[in-house]
Design a protein around this ligand. Structure first.
Ligand code: HEM
Ligand code: NAG
Ligand code: NAG
Length: 317
């Protein structure tokens, strides 16, 4: 459309460009620069708060593992109703909200809620009532990956927050660490993500920890006892606090979860794991594009959803 307009003369082209710039900033349109004019300090707040959490605050509230927890929080948000901050909502009987926090994959496992609440508080001070919790979660997850040594991805902003949660979908749609490869592939396919994208996204297990109870059976026998089923083991035995490709070099036999080990069960995926293990740039590029895709799942825009003032509950009016 633009190219045919160029031939009709510079002036028409100018008007068309001016119009499309206007409409891209218009109500309900997602864009990477969504907050450029109404919250110019947003990127700086996100970076300062994430870095403070990872490198200054002490565990359990902060520390490098929290970067992993924040990345996982975003994944668990996107796989349930899309990336709409539904995962952050607490139970609320008056609004018929049953929190996703108690669903089996999340219960006594998901972390980072206090960090998101604190960052939302800082953002509200600088830019009241304009930045959604869904956008904050997406920006924080990306910053956590960058701060731990990984590469970022472009994010469409202007997404709105859900007024509902789905404990049922959190229970059915989040993948289980005990699943075999076809079941994992089906779970990602349900979210329009390919098997290759699943292998790239599993590289998130380059950082963070898991409870013994979730580890592969062989690992449990070797490194856990019944008495310590919630003691923690690194998902990447080499560098659990650095985002890199070493996770892939440890597959299959030194993978912590059964779901990590089975990624090499299919020849083409085994080959991809080998490529990621030998070429970190390739992993970073594929991880970034898969994260970009995951981060755009079922976004709320326009009249749908709201800008929550407090990430843990829907607005009362
Ligand atoms: C392939 C399917 C996946 C399964 C079955 C799975 C399962 C798990 C399990 C069981 C844990 C440990 C939880 C605990 O013991 O408390 C874990 C941790 C983690 N997962 Fe996954 N995961 C998958 C994919 C992903 C994806 C796509 C991401 C992000 C893009 C991700 C990011 C993480 C991170 C960063 C941690 C460490 C969290 C922390 O230390 O707090 N996982 N995952
Ligand atoms: C690693 O992957 C990148 C990104 O695809 C590619 O440009 C580069 O040539 C690869 N390096 C090697 C040594 O194969
Ligand atoms: C957000 O809401 C929760 C639950 O109602 C409340 O405990 C918390 O204090 C609120 N946070 C702020 C900053 O108002």
């Amino acid at each position: 459309m633009a190219s045919s307009t160029i031939t009709t003369g510079g002036r028409h082209y100018f008007l068309l460009v001016a119009f499309s710039l206007l409409s891209s900033a218009a109500y309900g349109q997602l864009s990477q620069e969504y907050y450029a004019s109404n919250c110019p300090s947003l990127d700086q707040i996100i970076k300062a708060e994430v870095d403070r959490t990872l490198f200054t605050d002490q565990p359990p509230a902060g520390g490098r593992r929290m970067g992993a927890s924040l990345l996982r929080l975003f994944f668990h948000d996107c796989f349930v109703q899309g990336c709409d901050a539904s995962v952050l909502l607490d139970d609320d009987l008056t609004k018929l909200i049953v929190s996703e926090k108690k669903a089996a994959p999340n219960d006594k496992s998901l972390r980072g809620f206090d960090v998101i609440n604190r960052i939302k508080g800082e953002v509200e001070k600088a830019c009241p009532a304009v930045v959604s919790c869904a956008d904050i979660l997406a920006l924080v997850a990306k910053q956590a990956v960058i701060s731990l040594g990984g590469q970022g991805w472009p994010l469409l902003l202007g997404r709105r927050d859900s007024t509902t949660a789905s404990m049922v979908q959190a229970s059915t749609d989040l993948p289980s660490p005990n699943s075999d490869l076809p079941t994992l592939i089906a779970a990602f396919d349900k979210k329009k993500l390919t098997a290759r994208e699943m292998v790239a996204l599993s590289g998130a297990h380059s950082i963070g920890l898991a409870q013994c109870a979730n580890a592969d059976k062989t690992t449990q026998q070797q490194r856990c006892s019944n008495a310590n089923s919630n003691s923690l083991l690194p998902l990447d035995v080499q560098t659990p606090e650095g985002f890199d490709n070493l996770y892939y070099g440890n597959l299959p036999n030194k993978g912590l979860l059964h779901s990590d080990r089975v990624l090499t069960d299919r020849a083409d995926l085994r080959d991809l794991v080998r490529q990621y293990a030998s070429n970190q740039t390739l992993f970073f590029v594929d991880f970034a594009s898969a994260m970009k895709k995951m981060s755009e799942m079922s976004l709320l825009t326009g009249a749908n959803g709201e800008i929550r003032l407090n990430c843990t509950r829907v607005n009362y009016n």
